[in-house]
Design a binder for this molecule. Structure first.
Ligand SMILES: [Zn+2]
Length: 110
């Protein structure tokens, strides 16, 4: 299915890569990109070759990320320091704030 959306793209400026540059960034063979282009996010301008922005490449990377169950178990496990949210926020509520006491003036002559 072809969708014409760039919702995944966060590029602020246009910087596209051809097959060879994209393959170099992904550390793969450009032949693989060419052979699988129909299943990969890319940009196509008429008869020009497909091009990729960094967001396209990140999506390709996510599509082909292998996470064994051992890795998923680590990701799903909360970190030891994580727990229920503290009862008292670290920052006091606005209503509890009191004006700071001004500095006491030092007696003259010291
Ligand atoms: Zn992008």
């Amino acid at each position: 299915m072809t969708a014409f959306t760039r919702a995944h793209c966060r590029c602020v400026v246009v910087q596209n890569y051809g097959y060879d540059q994209a393959a170099q960034k992904l550390k793969i063979k450009s032949d693989w990109l060419r052979a699988n282009i129909g299943k990969l996010p890319h940009q196509k301008f008429g008869h020009n070759q497909a091009v990729f922005c960094d967001c396209d490449l990140r999506l390709v990377q996510a599509m082909h990320t292998v996470l064994p169950s051992e890795a998923l178990a680590v990701i799903d496990r909360p970190a030891p320091e994580e727990g229920p949210a503290p009862a008292q926020p670290a920052v006091p509520a606005y209503a509890a704030l009191r004006p700071a006491q001004g500095r006491r003036r030092q007696p003259a002559g010291i």
